[in-house]
Each structure stands twice: as structure tokens, then as C-alpha cells.
Design a binder for this molecule. Structure first.
Ligand code: UDP
Ligand code: MG
Length: 312
């Protein structure tokens, strides 16, 4: 019998987990043709999430968990999950029921047809501000134009992955993880399902505008060096314009003499050049920061417990 794992990263989900459990149970009962496993990754929750997971496991041995030693973030929690799942495929879903479990049987059908990565695409982006929408569009544009692989828009982490994909993902151990990009990077045959993403059933989202902005920078800097190219081209263009000005003013001074005016021009040009330099140094810095973090080769997460046993 094929085994299906459901991977649920959890951070402060004490309110959602009791609601998620019956949904998972009815899903498992509706698909008796598979062996099931649920793997919770407790990402250093500060509330009673771990106790709730443990009590679920006490009643139902389908429920497994990995407890991380602190909060490592969802991207790292997912990697921990990939390391510990035992199924022939894994379905990644959020604890807050924003990813409807009712879609999973359809995913399984496509998996049986041979697709390795069945991902759910949001039909709408839900409640979002205008600015956030524009930023997200810009972000996808940049990534799409500068990478070699297809970058999927409006696709989250809710998806079914074959063992082959899980294996590939566990090989990618970079510490600055942008998993949505990694799913695209690994390739394999993909299939799309469209769904309506609802709002959280309980608790609060852990994302705000600045953490999303950081994730976007993460995505860009870990998948493309286009900003570095942009810095060189921009520098070249500015230097070229400066050269034209130099010729123009040089000739003008020779022909008409020096009139010792132009304080405004001088200050504008100085400030502009300073700005351009800071901007390009900043871009360089972003990449150097990533190099610094990667060269330390620290493990991406530390687990303290797997199914009531201590992890060494
Ligand atoms: N999550 C996590 N670690 C974190 C933040 C979030 O494991 O540091 C989990 C969270 O418990 C949830 C999923 O990641 O299951 C998605 O989080 P959230 O609902 O806050 O994000 P959103 O749905 O708003 O994108
Ligand atoms: Mg959510």
C-alpha cells in the first residue's frame, strides 16, 4: 500500500490544531486505499501547540511530530519535515485550514497519473492592499525575467510532492531558503489545480508587510544575480552621462570662460552620485551577507524530539 504523508509546519497554532484534526481524520477515512501519516513540525511555538500535538499522538498513532529546538521559520520547518517524512509522497499544508484538505484526493489522483508535483494555485489573492499586490507583481516579474526556470505566480506551499522531489529538496541545504523558488528550481513534471484560498480559521498570520518584503529580497538574491548586473549597467549609464556633461561644460568653459556659478548643479550631481554609490554598495552588501551566511555551513534547523524520543 502506498503511504501518504501530510506535513504541517506549526508555529503558535494551539487554536487551529483542534479544528484541523477532525478534517484530517475524515480525509484519512475517506481514502482507505492509502496508508496515512501526519507529520507536525513544531517550529518553536510559544503556546500549547506541542502539548496538543502530543495529546493527539497519544490517541492516534497516525500523528507524528518533530519538535524543533526553537523557531527557525516556516522555510526551515518544511525542510525538517522533508527529512522526517516516511511516505511515498508528501502533502504540505498550513495548520490554519487555509489550504482545504478536500483538495487532497484530487492531488492524489494526479499523482497516480504520474505527476511528481501537484500544486494548488490560488484563484484569488484574498484580502490584500493595493501596494502589496503591486509589489508582489513586481517581484514575480523580476524573478521571471532573470531566471532560467518558470516561476509560478500565486502558488504557495500547498502541494503534493513525490518521493523523488522530496529527495531532491533534501539535497538543497542552503541556509537562506526560499522554498517556493526551490520547488520550481527542481523541475519534474508539474500539474496545476486551482482553488479558492479562504481566511484563517483561528489565530493570526505570522506575516506582515516587512517580513514579506524580506522574503521577496530573499527570493531575488537567492535565485538571481540580476541586481548585480543592474548595478553595473546603472553605474555605466550614470558614468556615461557624467562624461557627456564633462565634455559639455569643458567646452563651454573654454569658449565662454568660467562664470563660477552652478552651485545647484554641483550639489545635485554630488548627491545623486552619492546615492547611486550607496545603492550599488547596498546591493553588493545583500549578496555578501548571503555569502557570509552560507559559508558558515550551520545546520538549517535543530530538532530536539521526534515522536517522544530525543534527537541527538
Ligand atoms: N509557520 C511556521 N513557522 C513560522 C511561521 C509560520 O511553521 O515561523 C507555519 C504556521 O504555523 C502555518 C504556516 O506556517 O501553518 C503558514 O503561516 P501563516 O498562516 O502565518 O502564513 P499565511 O497563511 O498568512 O501565509
Ligand atoms: Mg495562513
Amino acid at each position: 500500500m502506498k503511504k501518504v504523508s501530510i506535513l504541517v509546519p506549526c508555529y503558535n497554532e494551539e487554536q487551529s490544531l483542534p479544528l484541523l484534526y477532525p478534517e484530517l481524520q475524515s480525509l484519512m477515512q475517506s481514502q482507505p486505499g492509502y496508508e496515512w501519516e501526519v507529520l507536525y513540525v513544531n517550529d518553536g511555538s510559544k503556546d500549547n501547540t506541542l502539548q496538543i500535538i502530543k495529546s493527539q499522538r497519544a490517541n492516534d498513532k497516525h500523528m507524528n511530530y518533530v519538535n524543533l529546538s526553537r523557531n527557525f521559520g516556516k522555510e526551515n520547518a518544511m525542510l525538517a519535515g522533508f527529512d522526517y517524512v516516511t511516505g511515498d509522497c508528501v502533502v504540505i499544508m498550513d495548520a490554519d485550514l487555509q489550504d482545504p484538505p478536500s483538495l487532497i484526493p484530487e492531488m492524489l489522483r494526479y499523482w497516480e497519473e504520474g505527476y511528481k508535483d501537484v500544486y494548488a494555485k490560488r484563484a484569488n489573492r484574498g484580502k490584500e492592499s493595493w501596494l502589496r499586490k503591486k509589489f508582489s507583481l513586481l517581484f514575480y516579474r523580476i524573478l521571471d525575467h532573470t531566471t532560467r526556470f518558470d516561476v509560478l505566480q500565486n502558488v504557495g506551499d500547498f502541494r503534493l510532492l513525490d518521493r523523488q522531489c522530496i529527495h531532491a529538496l533534501t539535497k538543497l541545504r542552503e541556509s537562506e531558503r526560499y522554498t517556493k523558488g526551490l520547488f520550481c528550481w527542481i523541475g519534474y513534471s508539474k500539474k496545476e489545480i486551482i482553488f479558492d484560498r479562504g481566511d484563517r480559521v483561528a489565530g493570526e498570520s505570522n506575516w506582515n508587510f516587512s517580513s514579506l518584503f524580506n522574503l521577496a529580497i530573499e527570493g531575488i538574491t537567492s535565485f538571481t544575480t540580476a541586481p548585480l548586473r543592474f548595478a553595473s549597467v546603472f553605474g555605466f549609464v550614470v558614468a556615461f552621462i557624467a562624461f557627456c556633461f564633462m565634455v559639455f561644460y569643458g567646452v563651454k568653459t573654454l569658449v565662454f570662460g568660467d562664470e563660477a556659478r552652478g552651485f545647484t548643479t554641483l550639489i545635485v550631481v554630488t548627491l545623486f552620485m552619492g546615492g547611486v554609490q550607496l545603492l550599488t554598495i547596498g546591493i553588493l552588501g545583500e549578496y555578501i551577507g548571503r555569502i557570509f551566511n552560507e559559508t558558515k555551513k550551520r545546520p538549517t534547523y535543530l530538532a530536539s524530539e521526534y515522536n517522544d524520543e530525543e534527537v541527538m
